[in-house]
Design a protein around this ligand. Structure first.
Ligand code: HSE
Length: 302
C-alpha cells in the first residue's frame, strides 16, 4: 500500500501568541509513503539541498514514531517527499516533516492513532506545539501544552477578507538559536502586555474588528530579543505598515515575516521586499490563502 499525505506550511506566534498560535498557509509539502525493508527517501520537485535521506530524515522519524506509538514493528519505509515549504525560514518545515511522517505512518497502519495522539507526539518531537497543531488541524490554531504531554488545540475562523503576506529572505535561521536568545524570565509588565494583545487578537478576528489588529499584532516576549538576529526587521515592519498592512510580525522564529492586510496585498509585498533589499538582503514576498484543512491523507493505491 502507498499513501499520499499533504501538509501545510505554518506561521507560528502571530506576534504576541508565542508558542500558542499557528496559522496554516496554502503552501504544501507532500509525502508519498509505502512500507519497505529498509529506508529510502527521494526528493522529487524543488531542490532543497542538505536534507538527510536516511533514517535521520524527520519524515522517516515521524513514520517510525507512529509505528512505535502503535506498538507495531517498523521495518522501513520508502518515501518520496515534495518539499515546497522552504526549510529554516520560520514557515514550519520541520513541523510539516514530523506531521507528514506521523500521518503517513498512521495511514500505513490503518489509522490506529487518534488525532490527539498524533498531536501530542508531534509536539513532543518539535518541542513546542504551535506549528504542529496548525499543520495537523489547519486554520488559525490555538494550542495549549499540558504538563502530561497532551496538547489541546482549537482552530478558530479567520476573516476571509484578510490577506496574509509572507516575506521570505534568502537566509536561513536555526530555531534553536532563535530560542537561545530568549530570556528565561520576563517582567510582569511584558507578560501582561502580551496577554492583552493575544486576547485582543483572537477577539478582533472573531468580531471582525480589523483596525484592532494594529494594536494586537505587537509582541514583547520574543521579537525584541530576536531583533538582533534580524536587525532589518523594524524597517520591514515599518514599510509593511506604511504600505497598508495592519501589522507585521516575525513568522515563527524567523527570518520570514508575516503581514496581515485588509485590502490589496501587492503594495505591501513590494514594500517589504524593497525594505529588505535596502538592507542588502534579497527575498521574495507573496500573499497566501489560509489553509483550513490541515494535514490530509490524499488517498492510497494498493
Ligand atoms: N513558537 C516557536 C518559536 C516557533 O517562536 O520559537 C518556531 O517555529
Amino acid at each position: 500500500m502507498r499513501v499520499r499525505v499533504r501538509v501545510p506550511a505554518t506561521s507560528a506566534n502571530l506576534g504576541p501568541g508565542f508558542d500558542a498560535l499557528g496559522l496554516a498557509l496554502a503552501l504544501y509539502n507532500e509525502v508519498s509513503a509505502s512500507e519497505a525493508d529498509g529506508v529510502s527517501v527521494t526528493l522529487p520537485g524543488p531542490s532543497v539541498g542538505g536534507l538527510p535521506t536516511g533514517s535521520d530524515n524527520l519524515v522517516v522519524r515521524g513514520v517510525r514514531m507512529a509505528y512505535e506509538a502503535a506498538a507495531r514493528t517498523f521495518k522501513g519505509v520508502a518515501l518520496a517527499c515534495v518539499n515546497r515549504i522552504p526549510p529554516a525560514r520560520g514557515l514550519g518545515s520541520s513541523a510539516a516533516a514530523w506531521v507528514g511522517g506521523l500521518v503517513a505512518g498512521n495511514a500505513l497502519l490503518g489509522g490506529p492513532l487518534s488525532r490527539d495522539a498524533l498531536l501530542a507526539l508531534a509536539a513532543r518531537a518539535e518541542g513546542h506545539p504551535d506549528n504542529v497543531a496548525a499543520a495537523l488541524c489547519g486554520g488559525l490554531t490555538v494550542s495549549c501544552a499540558e504538563s502530561d504531554g497532551r496538547v489541546i488545540a482549537v482552530s478558530v475562523p479567520v476573516p476571509a477578507a484578510l490577506r496574509w503576506v509572507v516575506l521570505v529572505p534568502e537566509l536561513t535561521n536555526a530555531t534553536a538559536e532563535a530560542r537561545a536568545v530568549l530570556p528565561d524570565a520576563v517582567s510582569r509588565a511584558d507578560a501582561v502586555f502580551n496577554v492583552q494583545r493575544v486576547a485582543l487578537l483572537l477577539a478582533a478576528l472573531q468580531a471582525q474588528r480589523m483596525p484592532a489588529l494594529a494594536a494586537a499584532l505587537v509582541d514583547r516576549l520574543h521579537q525584541p530579543y530576536r531583533q538582533r538576529l534580524f536587525p532589518w526587521m523594524p524597517a520591514v515592519v515599518d514599510a509593511a505598515r506604511g504600505a497598508g498592512a495592519l501589522g507585521c510580525v516575525l513568522s515563527g522564529a524567523g527570518p520570514s515575516l508575516l503581514a496581515a492586510v485588509n485590502g490589496e496585498p501587492e503594495p505591501v509585498a513590494r514594500a517589504m521586499e524593497n525594505a529588505l533589499a535596502n538592507a542588502g538582503i534579497p527575498g521574495a514576498a507573496r500573499a497566501f490563502a489560509v489553509d483550513t484543512e490541515g494535514a490530509l491523507v490524499l488517498g492510497d493505491a494498493r
